[in-house]
Ligand binder design. Structure first.
Ligand SMILES: NC(=O)c1ccc[n+]([C@@H]2O[C@H](COP(=O)([O-])OP(=O)(O)OC[C@H]3O[C@@H](n4cnc5c(N)ncnc54)[C@H](O)[C@@H]3O)[C@@H](O)[C@H]2O)c1
Ligand SMILES: O=C(O)C(=O)C[C@@H](O)[C@H](O)[C@H](O)COP(=O)(O)O
Ligand SMILES: [Zn+2]
Length: 364
């Protein structure tokens, strides 16, 4: 088992990463003082539930915890106010109180949704992340929790840090192929924004990673979590540095919203968005090499780099105005300046963005 700390003063917490951790959930809950006298609610989705809900429930019940569960349909559409209300109903029916915890067992959708339920129920109760996707090495760390609005991604949310992240990597073996690739999109992002060596390592170890070789996978997840926790520890509430974690997201989030959250997976939209950011970097005078490497590594991991023709550029431009980095009438982009380095730029011209969106439709 490997352990990393997210260093946030009194809100600090550990990320436990290893095989078979879900079977030991009860011992971790004991270690973190989770109450046995107040009910716990596990939120999961209908795919994950089939594999992991019962064993996790059984283990916690055997350890003396009073466990309830709520299962949402799998997919991005569950990150909605409607589903949030249903979780609150389930929490009230199960008798959750201010000493209760909500547990997210699943990928980023369940993590963001259950986390926002924990942040808002009774104005905030304890929250535990049990990630089951590769992408969730990103989403389970850092405390950003939210649901979507039809017009804007993650626009109703909060910062609410978990008590711990219990990352059982043996759950990843049942992931569908498309979600494996999508998960690597955020891992590649962590390399591109922070660590050129890690980016090269990802390229060199692509085959092992895509085959879910346990050693390679755990190293990759550890490095991804490390970058994420370093950045979050510096700037918990995105007053500055944390925005670098948004590489590819200004365009990517707009694509997800325009498509009604049911066409591109988050990791896929971010992949296209990162190629867009590399193209914007060229317009700002940075080298073509950044674009070439970004596109190559994403394509090698089976990720899309081309925007399907039917996406309307004007709609994408409008959706980008709802980005949380859009302030005082100015769009802000995370721009790669070399592999492993990015800059936050507010001097990107609107016509360049339009051109880049059109270029993304012709990406080979
Ligand atoms: N809060 C953050 O900092 C943050 C960071 C990155 C992404 N996100 C959010 O995360 C979401 C995407 O997360 P995701 O890619 O994990 O999506 P997801 O939660 O929808 O999971 C992907 C798919 O895999 C299935 N699944 C999950 N675990 C499985 C397992 N072990 N075996 C088999 N199937 C499994 C799910 O049912 C789903 O169909 C987006 O909503 C994105 O906005 C949040
Ligand atoms: O944790 C962050 O900060 C990130 O930007 C990580 C992103 O991968 C993630 O998709 C996040 O939810 C985006 O944040 P948002 O504030 O743009 O909604
Ligand atoms: Zn993301």
């Amino acid at each position: 088992m490997m352990e990393l700390k997210v260093d946030l003063g009194e809100r600090s917490y550990p990320i436990y990463l290893g095989e078979g951790l879900l079977q030991e959930a009860s011992a971790y809950f004991d270690k973190h003082g989770i109450s046995k006298r107040s009910p716990i609610l596990i939120v999961t989705d209908d795919s994950v539930a089939g594999y992991h809900l019962q064993p996790v429930k059984d283990g916690l019940q055997a350890g003396g915890y009073n466990v309830h569960s709520f299962v949402v349909p799998s997919g991005e559409s569950s990150k909605s106010l409607h589903m949030l209300e249903r979780i609150v109903t389930a929490s009230l029916e199960a008798g959750l109180d201010r000493k209760s915890a909500i547990v997210a067992l699943g990928g980023g959708v369940v993590g963001d949704l259950a986390g926002f339920a924990a942040a808002s129920f009774m104005r905030g109760i304890a929250f535990i992340q049990m990630p089951t996707t590769i992408l969730a090495h990103d989403s389970s760390v850092g405390g950003k929790v939210a649901v979507n609005h039809p017009l804007a991604k993650n626009i109703i949310g909060a910062f609410h840090q978990p008590e711990m992240v219990l990352y059982d990597v043996s759950t990843l073996s049942t992931l569908p192929k498309r979600d494996i690739s999508a998960g690597f999109s955020e891992m590649i992002k962590h390399g591109l924004i922070w660590d050129a060596e890690f980016t090269s390592w990802l390229e060199e170890n692509r085959e092992r990673l895509l085959a879910l070789d346990p050693q390679a996978l755990q190293y990759g997840l550890y490095q991804g979590c490390r970058v994420k926790s370093l950045v979050v520890s510096e700037d918990e509430r995105e007053n500055g540095l944390r925005a670098i974690l948004n590489l590819g997201h200004t365009i990517g989030h707009a694509l997800e919203a325009v498509a009604g959250y049911n066409e591109l997976l988050h990791g896929e939209a971010i992949s296209i968005g990162m190629v867009g950011s590399a193209r914007l970097a060229m317009k700002l005078g940075y080298s073509e090499e950044i674009y070439t490497v970004t596109k190559r590594v994403l394509q090698d991991f089976g990720l899309p780099v081309r925007l399907p023709e039917h996406y309307d550029t004007a709609q994408i431009m409008n959706a980008m105005m709802h980005d949380k980095k859009f302030k005082e009438g100015t769009m802000t982009f995370v721009i790669p300046t070399e592999i492993g380095r990015v800059e936050i730029r507010s001097d990107v011209r609107r016509e360049w963005v339009e051109e880049v969106v059109e270029q993304l439709k012709r990406e080979a």
